[in-house]
Each structure stands twice: as C-alpha cells, then as structure tokens.
Design a protein around this ligand. Structure first.
Ligand code: FES
Length: 179
C-alpha cells in the first residue's frame, strides 16, 4: 500500500471512531504487544456505539495495524460483544446451572413470546434486547432476570409481563370475541 493510500485509510478510520478512542488506540499502539489491548479497545468501541459494526472493526484494524480477520475473530469469540444495535433496555436471563434448574428456560420462553424476538435480537421498536448470561453470582436468587442494571429474583414466567411493564412494555390485548 502506498503511503498516500495508507494515510487515506487512516484518516477514514479516524473519522469513524470518536476522538478519545482514537487517542487511546494511539497510546496502545506504541506499547509493547499492542494486540493485547485489542479487547479493551473493542469494549470501548462497544460502550460508545452500543455494538460493533463491520466499519468499527475495520477502523480498529487500520488504526491498531492488526489484520481485520484477527479483530473480527477476537470479537466473535467473546459472548459480550454484540454485532447489531441493541435496544434501549437490555434484558439478560441467567442460564447458569442454578437458574436453569429453577426454570430460567420457561422465563426465557415467556420473554420471547411477549417480545416476539429471540436471543441476541432487538424488538422492532428498539426498546428491548434479549440475551442470555452465564452465572451472574446470584444463585440463591435463581432464576434471575436482569434488566439494564436491575436484578429480578426468583422470577416466574407469569411475572415477566409486569417486569417489562416497568420499562414501557404494553401487553397487546387480543380483540374481544364477537358475541
Ligand atoms: S446460575 Fe444464575 S445466578 Fe448463578
């Protein structure tokens, strides 16, 4: 790649990411083993945008001078990275052993049914995203459902609609049957 082309790529990548992040990457790049900062950089990108889009990862690759395939590979390996925009409220159902045994699967089924989305998806109104989590360290409260930072304990499937209601969800009533 000619230096002019390289400069063009760098400028393009710098324009995609916020300036403090570009500075952070610059600092990481001059340290020994800059690739060891890749996960920290990707976290910051996700914190800023809410997810990792292909152009975000390409920009990281260009600025960190790490092959794009490696950036994508690392991002895909870890479950905490998202590749599509997330909803305003992020819901996680813990599927660790204690929660699973106490019925987390049924809570998840009810959530899917109410919101009409699957794990890793966001509702069309962008209000909720649904994910599963591994043990969150609250096994005594199993099964656990987390919305944003709030932990709901011993959740039963029939409580899910009420919990969602706290965040603006409205259960659509079936039309009354004709008499
Ligand atoms: S298994 Fe769910 S909190 Fe531990």
């Amino acid at each position: 790649m000619t230096s002019e082309l390289m400069q063009k790529e760098l400028t393009k990548a710098q324009a995609i990411l916020p300036e403090p992040l570009v500075r952070f990457i610059d600092e990481c790049r001059v340290k020994p083993h800059p690739e060891s900062y890749l996960i920290a950089v990707l976290h910051r990108v996700q914190d800023h945008f809410g997810y990792l889009a292909p152009e975000h990862m390409d920009a990281v690759s260009t600025l960190m001078q790490i092959p794009a395939a490696k950036v994508t590979g690392v991002a895909s390996f870890y479950h905490f990275f998202n590749f599509s925009p997330r909803g305003k409220h992020r819901i996680s159902i813990c599927m660790g052993t204690a929660c699973f045994v106490k019925g987390a699967g049924r809570v998840l089924d009810r959530l899917r049914e109410l919101l009409g989305v699957d794990i890793g998806q966001t509702t069309p109104d962008k209000l909720f995203s649904v994910d599963i989590a591994r043990c969150v360290g609250a096994c005594a409260l199993a099964p656990v459902m987390i919305v944003d930072e709030k932990v709901y304990a011993e959740v039963k499937p029939d409580q899910v609609a009420k919990i969602l209601g706290e965040y603006g969800f409205e259960v659509k009533k079936a039309p009354a049957a004709a008499k």
